[in-house]
Every structure is written in structure tokens, then in C-alpha cells.
Design a protein around this ligand. Structure first.
Ligand SMILES: NC(=O)c1ccc[n+]([C@@H]2O[C@H](COP(=O)([O-])OP(=O)(O)OC[C@H]3O[C@@H](n4cnc5c(N)ncnc54)[C@H](O)[C@@H]3O)[C@@H](O)[C@H]2O)c1
Length: 450
């Protein structure tokens, strides 16, 4: 079985995977804190200045076969992923700052690090954005496209995509949404089919958010799309249909960083040990532009929905009414400029044990949001590109195996999302084993005692 990077088309147990030849173009709507931390980080790693901490594709290994086999290759040597040196970048933003200026304003990375990657970051200038202030009430900027309707704007984005493909010499492309959180919307008639979506775009229907216009343009160009925000974007039937039609994989929503990451680490532990929970209060102070955008109740509602669903799905109150039938779960985000990107998140967790005796856990996470998000963007870009090259994955639409990275994982209609980080991790690794024709790992292990 293959355990090294493939140079030629691989014939695996589950179809073919085309090799990762040539350049991979990464297209980023929203050149803010997350996007610039990601791109600056890739360049710093390429120059040998820093290590890609937090990235499974760069640092992770995968066990193959029995524990006694001693086969644990690095993930990027096991599956054919694009190398960091093959990545080229472009982006869109409503502000005119190039990535160097934007990274400086975001204030995540030290000046000394930014100076070392300055020429590279300065060369990435924002294309004009598709923007609608009704969707992000707290922002306004000059670098915005004009068009006669939303379909016209999508056509302009498709031109940008073709232009980048040509000018960068990229063989393959991926689009990774790192733009702001848009106001809360629910799927409506315009989102039910590709035909309805296209008609609505022609008519400038207000239920078509800017992020959907980017996603539509990407998918029409056959480009995979990852949604790092909690926005509805590709989580509607029309986009599922288009994704399958165009063999352009999709995944989302909302990068799982900070407080929700910790929540999905702790909650599965309580459930595994049948420890009860009756309250979880989470509050944050955050001072970056994302925090400012989330001051708007519409944008906050989108984020809140994304953060709240996690516990219910992990703890399954319907199966464990005595333990989780009556949970008070509250999430607050407070914009507090002095903290910048260095968020502080507090959790007060009220749990109970044997005979119902109460206990408390307090978590105070001095977190760096974009430092946690950047490796996620990298992994998603590389894995989506793998999915696009895999005959088994490219036509299935939603890539549920990438749930590991998201607060609100997208699933097939009618399926509840898997939020438990450890199940998500096993699902991801088993998908890679399956793709490469390796056996699944069940952790049964009885054979060691025969
Ligand atoms: N930082 C994290 O850990 C984290 C975690 C999960 C999700 N997210 C989400 O990722 C997104 C980016 O976060 P951030 O901290 O980088 O925010 P940010 O405010 O620093 O960057 C967002 C950028 O998107 C731009 N933008 C907004 N609408 C746009 C549009 N229609 N087209 C092009 N550009 C547009 C803004 O001008 C801004 O520069 C947010 O939606 C956030 O909620 C972030």
C-alpha cells in the first residue's frame, strides 16, 4: 500500500487521485486578520522562519495497520497534497490595503516577523469586492465592484478567477472565505435550486448575500469553496446541487477556534464519563474588526446560532435526559477594543456527579483567534484540493469529513452534524485511509491478546 507522496495518478481502493502537479491558487474573499495571518504564516514557514504549528497536514501523522506495525507516516507523505511552495495567492477586500498593510492593521503578528515577509505580502493586493452594507452593517469601504445585478457581479468575479488562473499560472484553484460574518438569514425559496438561485441573482433578490455570489462564481468555475464564517453561503440546496454538478467540493461553516474548540474537547469527555451538565456560560472580550462586526445584532445572531448548536449535538439530551435534559447554555461576545485579536474567553461550567452532587469548572482562555484559525485555513485549502483531485470525493458536494475544522459542520440534509472533536478526527483520518486503500482503524485490538 502506498505510504509516500504520489507523483503519478494513484489507483486506490476508492478511485483515482490525480497528482498534485503544478501550482495551487488560493483565492481569499476577505483579507483581514485570519487571511493575512494565514498567508504571512505560509511564507514564514516557506522561508524557514517559523513552524506550521496547529496544522494537521504539515505536522500530523497517521497510523496505518496494527499498533505493532510501526507505520505512522506524516499525513502529507501519505496522501498527495500540494506542497507549501506550490501555493500562490490572491484576495478581495472592500479596503485597498495590500496584505502587508492589512496584516499590520490586524495586529496579530509581530512587526519583526512581518518585516521578513514584507515583499511577498505587499505583492498581494485586493481585488474589488462584491459587498452589500445591508449584510455587514458595521463596515463600509471604497474597493467595491459595481454591477447591474447580482448575476453581473458574479460574472465579474468569474472574470477575476479566470484572470488569476492565467496570471498566476495556477493549475488548480481553491476559494477560502475569510470575510466578515454577514447578518443572519435563513434558507428561502431563492436558495432551493440552481435555477431559483440564478433567477434571484438576475432579479437582485435581497436574500442573496455577497458570500453567496463569491461561492456561486467559484463553483461555476469548478473551484472548491470553503466557508470560514458562520454565514449561510453554501449551506443551501442550490449550492449543494451546483457543487455536485460542477465537481467542486464545498465545506463549512465557521472555523472552530477558541472557545468552541475547547467546548468540543471538554463536552465529549463529560459525556464519555456520564457526568451531568446543567449550565454552561461562555463570555468573550474581543477587540478586532471581527469583534466590531459582531456588535451588530444581525451578525451576532449568525455567530450565536453557530456556537450554540454544539452542546446539544454532542450531549444528545434525548438519549440522556437525566444528565443533559435541562442545560442552560449562554454565549456572549463583547467588543472590547484594547484586546485587539487577543481574545479572552471565560467559561463557567456547572456539572454534577454521583448522586447529583454539583461541581464547577472555570476556564479562562487567553486566546489568539487568528493564530488558531490560520492553520485551519491551510489544511482546508490542501484537503479541498485533494478532494477535487479525487474521483471518489469531487462529485459528492459537502465534504463532511472536514467537520473537524468547523463550529457548524455542514452535512447531507436530514443528518445531524458530528461535533465531537475526537469523532471528527477519526472520521477525517479514516477518510484518508479509505481514499488510499488502507484498512480503517477500529481500535478493537483483540488480536494483540490472541
Ligand atoms: N479569527 C477566528 O478565530 C475565527 C474563527 C471562526 C470564524 N472566523 C470568521 O472568519 C471571518 C474573518 O475573521 P477575521 O478575524 O479575519 O475578520 P476581519 O474583520 O479581520 O477580516 C474580515 C475582512 O473581510 C472583509 N470583507 C467583509 N465583507 C467582504 C466582502 N463581501 N468581500 C470581500 N471582503 C469582505 C473586511 O473588510 C475585512 O477586511 C469572520 O467571518 C469570522 O467570524 C474567525
Amino acid at each position: 500500500m502506498p505510504t509516500t507522496k504520489k507523483q503519478n495518478k494513484s489507483n486506490t481502493g476508492t478511485g483515482e487521485i490525480a497528482p498534485a502537479k503544478g501550482k495551487l491558487g488560493v483565492m481569499i474573499p476577505g483579507m483581514g486578520a485570519v487571511a493575512t495571518t494565514f498567508v504571512a504564516g505560509v511564507e514564514a514557514v516557506r522561508k524557514g522562519i517559523s513552524k506550521p504549528i496547529g496544522s494537521l497536514t504539515q505536522m500530523g501523522t497517521i497510523r496505518l495497520g496494527k499498533r505493532t506495525d510501526g507505520r505512522s507516516p506524516k499525513i502529507n507523505e501519505f496522501v498527495p497534497l500540494a506542497g507549501l511552495n506550490d501555493l500562490v495567492f490572491t484576495g478581495w477586500d472592500i479596503f485597498e490595503d495590500d496584505m502587508y498593510a492589512a496584516a499590520g492593521k490586524a495586529g496579530v503578528l509581530d512587526r519583526s516577523l512581518l518585516e521578513q515577509v514584507k515583499p511577498f505580502l505587499s505583492s498581494i493586493k485586493p481585488r474589488k469586492a462584491v459587498f452589500d452594507k445591508n449584510y455587514v452593517k458595521k463596515l463600509d469601504g471604497p474597493n467595491v465592484k459595481k454591477g447591474k445585478n447580482k448575476m453581473d457581479l458574479a460574472e465579474q468575479l468569474r472574470d477575476d478567477i479566470r484572470d488569476f488562473r492565467k496570471s498566476s499560472g495556477a493549475d488548480r484553484l481553491v476559494m477560502a472565505w475569510c470575510g466578515s460574518t454577514e447578518t443572519f438569514i435563513e434558507a428561502g425559496p431563492a436558495h432551493q435550486s440552481v435555477a431559483a438561485l440564478e433567477k434571484a441573482m438576475q432579479k437582485n433578490d435581497e436574500s442573496i448575500a455577497p458570500s453567496m455570489i463569491y461561492a456561486y462564481a467559484a463553483l461555476k468555475e469548478g473551484v472548491p469553496f470553503s466557508n470560514g464564517a458562520p454565514n449561510l453561503t453554501v449551506d443551501v440546496p442550490a449550492m449543494h446541487e451546483l457543487s455536485k454538478q460542477m465537481n467542486a467540493p464545498i465545506c463549512g461553516k465557521d472555523y472552530k477556534t477558541g472557545q468552541t474548540l475547547i467546548k468540543t474537547i471538554l463536552a465529549p469527555g463529560f459525556k464519555a464519563r456520564m457526568i451531568g451538565l446543567n449550565g454552561w456560560f461562555s463570555t468573550n472580550i474581543l477587540g478586532n474588526r471581527d469583534g466590531e462586526v459582531l456588535e451588530d445584532p444581525g451578525s451576532f445572531k449568525t455567530k450565536e446560532e453557530s456556537k450554540l448548536s454544539v452542546l446539544e449535538h454532542i450531549l444528545q439530551p434525548e438519549l440522556y435526559p437525566d444528565l443533559y435534559g435541562n442545560i442552560f447554555h449562554k454565549v456572549r461576545i463583547n467588543y472590547y477594543p484594547p484586546r485587539g485579536d487577543n481574545k479572552e474567553g471565560w467559561d463557567n461550567i456547572d456539572i454534577f456527579g454521583w448522586l447529583g452532587y454539583p461541581m464547577q469548572i472555570k476556564v479562562d482562555f487567553l486566546c489568539r483567534d487568528s493564530i488558531l484559525a490560520a492553520p485551519i485555513v491551510l489544511d482546508l485549502v490542501l484537503f479541498l484540493d485533494l478532494a477535487k483531485r479525487s474521483s471518489a470525493l469531487r462529485g459528492i458536494g459537502i465534504q463532511e469529513w472536514l467537520s473537524f475544522y468547523f463550529k457548524s459542520p455542514m452535512t447531507a440534509p436530514g443528518l445531524y452534524p458530528e461535533h465531537d472533536l475526537f469523532i471528527q478526527s477519526m472520521k477525517l483520518k479514516n477518510t484518508l485511509r479509505h481514499l488510499m486503500g488502507e484498512e480503517m482503524i477500529t481500535h478493537l485490538g483483540l488480536e494483540y491478546y490472541d
